[in-house]
Design a protein around this ligand. Structure first.
Ligand SMILES: Cc1cc2nc3c(=O)[nH]c(=O)nc-3n(C[C@H](O)[C@H](O)[C@H](O)COP(=O)(O)OP(=O)(O)OC[C@H]3O[C@@H](n4cnc5c(N)ncnc54)[C@H](O)[C@@H]3O)c2cc1C
Length: 373
């Protein structure tokens, strides 16, 4: 059996691994010119952690752990304003969590399938032809191409019908600045202001950034100018980080994807292309890995059309539950007032109190075992 996977991201490479293991011939096409090291820091736990373990790549994933000790809120002037230790979060998840850069997870997954061709700088012209003119010769065409999926557009229609923006834009990039790295230390330092927030993390000697601001508008051509404008006056650490902003940082709307169906004929969507939950829910990468794992499992059991329907039936309730929690989180993630920020910071500190880990455990998601495969 032959599969064409469009998108060499988290979902695409996880699916490539599982399909190769089942004996499929797999070709991955990726629009970017090469591997993409950029992106944000993520906490991989629940289904993502479990599936990395099943794939035998947990040691590589753990080797990329950024070793963050705590989340700390500060004012633009640098005064501490609460936070929570990562020790509490790790205890709540029985140690089954790794904090790593998206690009590192991407690399580990790619390295795990050295015999799968990833054709960079290539996409789908239509469902039967690649942009390099090659005819698509596959029993299965997979859209693993993220929230602005080309495959979804070709199979189901323009993205406007499926994208649900949550009222925020986000950006992230990596920078090299030893003084800033020393100031950040081993903490995830967050500077919140009404309607905007900047996070800085340690990333192997460099600093990873994460920007989030309220914005209902469309994407713009010059994200660096937007960042410099929207995050001006947030203190020395942020100014320093902004001075290193590249011309093309990762910049996108914070949005969910809601599609009435995830498959049509031999075409199927996985990961964000099917059911993006957004960074408000977290776990987009874990869900992308879970979806790929469930899909591959169904394809081992049944012919393609039956397997695609079974995959959606198993995975959709899980993804929709995460989307609901993401929409709830979107209401408090970025408070519009200083009072709201103070309340939010204090609530997060609950995890450090006696009994806090149990609260975190109750609020965190399912494991792979909870998605019946
Ligand atoms: C470089 C990068 C940085 C990111 N940083 C953040 C972040 O800071 N915060 C956040 O919340 N989420 C971020 N994301 C999204 C996050 O990685 C996903 O929500 C999550 O990992 C789900 O993974 P996915 O594989 O479904 O989608 P993605 O990880 O988005 O992967 C999709 C892949 O498809 C490729 N692709 C897109 N369009 C096409 C096309 N037309 N043809 C071929 N290939 C295509 C993309 O280049 C990418 O490699 C980032 C994604 C990328 C690609």
């Amino acid at each position: 059996m032959r599969a064409l996977i469009c998108g060499a991201g988290i979902a695409g490479m996880t699916l490539a691994w599982w399909l190769r293991r089942a004996g499929w011939e797999v070709l991955v096409v990726e629009r970017a010119a090469g591997p993409r090291p950029d992106g944000y820091m993520m906490d991989l736990f629940g289904s993502g952690y479990d599936i990395a373990e099943l794939m035998g790549v947990l040691d590589e994933v753990k080797a990329a752990d950024a070793g963050i000790s705590a989340l700390r809120y500060t004012t633009p002037g640098g005064e501490a304003r609460g936070g929570v230790s990562y020790r509490s979060m790790r205890a709540a998840l029985d140690g089954r969590v790794v904090s790593l850069m998206r690009g590192d997870l991407d690399r580990v997954l790619r390295d795990a399938v050295p015999d799968v061709e990833v054709r960079y700088g290539t996409s789908l012209a239509d469902l039967d032809t690649l942009t390099d003119g090659t005819p698509v010769d596959a029993d299965l065409v997979v859209g693993a191409d993220g929230i602005h999926s080309r495959v979804r557009e070709l199979a189901f229609g323009p993205e406007g019908g499926f994208l649900r923006p949550l009222g925020y834009h986000t950006a992230s990039y990596l920078l090299a600045d030893p003084d800033l790295a020393a100031a950040v230390g081993d903490r995830f330092q967050v500077v919140p202001e009404p309607g905007r927030q900047v996070g800085l993390y340690p990333a192997g000697g460099r600093v990873a950034t994460m920007f989030l601001h309220a914005d209902d508008g469309p994407l713009v051509d010059d994200p660096r100018a937007v960042l410099r404008d929207r995050y001006a006056g947030m203190g020395e650490l942020v100014d320093r980080a902004l001075a290193h902003c590249p011309t093309d940082p990762y910049y996108d709307q914070v949005a969910q994807v809601v599609t009435p169906s995830w498959h049509r004929g031999r075409v199927v969507l996985v990961g964000d292309a099917a059911h993006a939950v957004s960074l408000m829910a977290g776990q987009g990468a874990s869900l992308a890995m879970a979806g790929a794992w469930v899909l591959a499992g169904e394809l081992e059991k049944a012919p393609v059309p039956v397997a695609l329907a079974a995959y959606e039936a198993r995975m959709r309730p899980f993804a929709e539950a995460k989307q609901r929690s993401g929409r709830r989180a979107a209401r408090w993630m970025l408070p519009k007032s200083r009072l709201g920020i103070s309340v939010r910071n204090r609530l997060l500190g609950v995890a450090d109190l006696p009994g806090g880990p149990a609260v975190v455990r109750a609020a965190t998601p399912g494991t792979a075992a909870s998605i019946v495969r």
